[in-house]
Design a protein around this ligand. Structure first.
Ligand SMILES: Nc1nc2c(ncn2[C@@H]2O[C@H](COP(=O)(O)OP(=O)(O)OP(=O)(O)O)[C@@H](O)[C@H]2O)c(=O)[nH]1
Ligand SMILES: [Mg+2]
Length: 617
């Protein structure tokens, strides 16, 4: 019987380890063009040319075996076999960025010096060629004393050769198992060697960086840069509304058609109502926002893949320093625009613990994609679809304002925290800028498909479940004839109780009813409202079934704005609290987070409501 052998991918951040891992194992780990994407180890199965399986582990990028941040610690522990119950990987596969050889050779030497079976993947040779670098893998192999295989992870070039080299390295491991020397060079020596080795491996080098240098001069310019960044974000939010409308309308029509079809086909019964008013109205009201999600992520993924996101981090560094954070916090905060959970996990690449804690605490204020359906449904119902000037849509503008409100809120809180609870000097910014790349359509398509799938899976699982439970709580006990079903129901009683608390900030019963199930996931606020109004609507009320129409009829503009303000801040997400507990090792910080965010949400909603009312809106 063959036993499962093991290998691990190690190297500097952004070398293409995860891209190689995906290509070799068929996994779908997140890859993106900035350092610090992977923060946890992840294993998969690689089949060698002989048919033998190898357990391959993808690791967070690292600059050395002496970790300076939690993600680097994972890498060091795996390489050195320090995780309890796990032995060190038999083969170390060092992934080098060929276009950035000198820098990547510093850590590589440290790994090679461990004396373990080692293979080098000289990755990104395509980018090196593009930049006018011709390399000599043989010379590199000779200098390093381990096999070197040129690869292009994203084009699947060199994969067989790499697998073959891993297989051979294993055989050598079996012959000579106890060859352990410790690294006996210091950092300065390794830097000098790296320079010499890289120089020897470079056959020719023509300077073709000029175009990119020019691009950086514009995009990183102290004031042109931020203007471009802001203009870009502006375009994104306009596109989210303008581009999605036809698709969203079509989906909405589909959901309506399904609702009416089922209603027509089944005899009146509670089961029919559960299907139509509960599941189809509730889950359907969230699913229709798929086009918005896809458009938003199209831009995010394109900016990530091109290398622009890392420039955005660089631009924001000064602003972040102003509130006591470093540009390092930018990437985790940026990830939080998809979802705070990966965002909070991405803080593992932050060296300074207080910096890291602050970033975790403010991450939930970044507008995650779960808020998009809530924002979009309210905006579509209350903000007129007209242009303010030059074809700039008012709806997109309001959406952008909500995102900005979250960011400004987070910066203010960071400023306060850094002067009180997480006091300390801001640490420096050391992120290296990745190379510009043209995003590949196939990668974008896969990334979008993954995001769409995550969104639909949430709709099919958590939102579905909460909607069914809510429908049950809304329908029982049954109201006496002629009485309001919602007021009589269990959910209605709970909501009436909570309404006392949220009345001062302008919320009515239906709004407070939406808040409790929305703790499970923010989108549930939308499905709850849809289900509540479907249950509450009299049967002859068909024409007004659309959620937007119901909202416009039942809420005033100040109420709607207050509801939006609430969702900018409210920590309506159990999973975020759970992940905060895990990442901070205890209940103290997640409880603090819950407390301060609810307080902020309450104040923001109240101020919005009363200001809007006073302004006569
Ligand atoms: N042109 C080209 N791009 C590559 C190659 N390998 C990876 N990339 C791109 O380089 C970027 C970084 O790749 P990742 O696989 O995320 O890098 P990583 O080493 O896992 O990075 P961390 O997880 O941050 O340590 C992504 O945008 C990839 O698409 C390659 O061989 N050629
Ligand atoms: Mg990675």
């Amino acid at each position: 019987m063959t036993r499962l052998r093991s290998a691990a991918l190690v190297g500097n951040p952004n070398a293409g380890k995860s891209a190689l891992f995906n290509a070799l194992t068929g996994a779908r780990q997140k890859i993106a063009n900035y350092p610090g994407v992977t923060v946890e180890r992840k294993s998969g199965r690689l089949i060698l040319p002989s048919g033998e399986p190898v357990e391959l582990t993808d690791l967070p990028g690292s600059y050395g075996l002496h970790p300076t941040s939690p993600d680097e610690e994972v890498t060091a522990k795996v390489i050195l076999g320090q995780f309890p119950g796990e032995s060190a990987p038999e083969v170390l596969v060092i992934v080098l960025d060929a276009s950035n050889l000198e820098q990547h050779l510093v850590f590589a030497q440290e790994v090679i010096a461990l004396g373990r079976p080692t293979v080098v993947a000289l990755n990104m040779v395509d980018l090196a060629e593009r930049d006018g670098l011709v390399l000599d893998p043989k010379a590199l192999q000779e200098a390093l004393g381990v096999p070197v295989v040129p690869t292009v992870a994203v084009r699947r070039r060199g994969l067989d050769e790499l697998a073959a080299a891993i297989a051979v390295a294993e055989v050598r491991a079996a012959i000579d198992p106890a060859d352990h020397h410790q690294p006996h060079t210091n950092l300065t020596e390794r830097r000098l060697t790296a320079h010499a080795v890289a120089e020897a491996a470079i056959i020719s080098e023509t300077r073709r960086h000029r175009m990119h240098a020019k691009l950086d001069r514009v995009l990183l310019h102290p004031w042109i840069g931020p203007v471009i960044l802001f203009a870009l974000l502006f375009v994104v939010f306009q596109a989210v509304f303008a581009g999605a409308t036809p698709f969203a309308d079509a989906l909405d029509g589909g959901v309506g058609w399904l609702h009416d079809g089922v209603k027509g086909a089944m005899a009146p019964s509670l089961a029919r109502d559960l299907l139509t008013d509960g599941i189809i109205a509730g889950v359907g009201s969230v699913v229709v926002f798929l086009p918005q999600i896809v458009i938003l992520f199209f831009f995010i993924l394109a900016m990530e893949a091109s290398g622009y996101m890392a420039r955005a981090a660089f631009l924001m560094d000064r602003m972040m320093a102003g509130v006591g954070l470093s540009g390092r916090s930018f990437i985790p905060l940026l990830s939080s625009f998809a979802c705070a959970i990966p965002g909070i996990m991405a803080t593992r690449s932050i060296t300074d613990p207080r910096d890291r804690l602050t970033t975790i605490l403010i991450a939930p204020m970044m507008t995650c994609s779960a808020r998009l359906p809530v924002y979009a449904v309210i905006i579509a119902a209350f903000i007129p679809n007209r242009s303010v000037a030059l074809g700039i849509g008012l709806q997109g503008l309001v959406l952008l304002a909500l995102y900005v409100a979250g960011i400004v809120g987070a910066m203010v809180v960071a400023l306060i925290l850094r002067r009180s609870i997480t006091k300390g000097a801001a640490s420096g910014f050391i992120m290296e800028l990745p190379k510009y790349q043209m995003p590949r359509l196939k990668d974008l398509a896969i990334g979008l498909f993954q995001r769409a799938w995550i969104f639909l899976r949430r709709a099919g699982t958590i939102i579905f479940t909460v909607t069914v439970v809510l429908w049950l709580l809304l329908n029982f006990p049954r109201a006496a004839d002629g009485r309001d079903q919602i007021d009589a129901s269990i959910a209605g009683h709970i909501a009436n109780g909570l309404a006392v608390v949220v009345e001062p900030i302008g919320f009515n019963r239906d709004m407070s009813l939406a808040l409790i199930p929305a703790m499970a996931a923010r989108e549930v606020a939308v499905s709850s409202l849809a289900t509540t109004y479907a249950v509450g609507a009299a049967d002859d009320d068909e024409s007004n079934r659309a959620l937007g129409a119901q909202l416009a009829r039942r809420w005033t503009l100040p109420m709607a704005l207050a509801f939006l303000a609430w969702f900018v801040f409210a920590p309506q997400c159990m999973s975020t609290i759970a992940v905060t507990r895990r990442e901070t090792n205890g209940w103290k910080w997640p409880l603090f987070m819950l407390g301060y965010l609810f307080a902020l949400a309450y104040v923001a909603a109240g101020v919005t409501f009363w200001a809007a009312t006073a302004a006569g809106l």
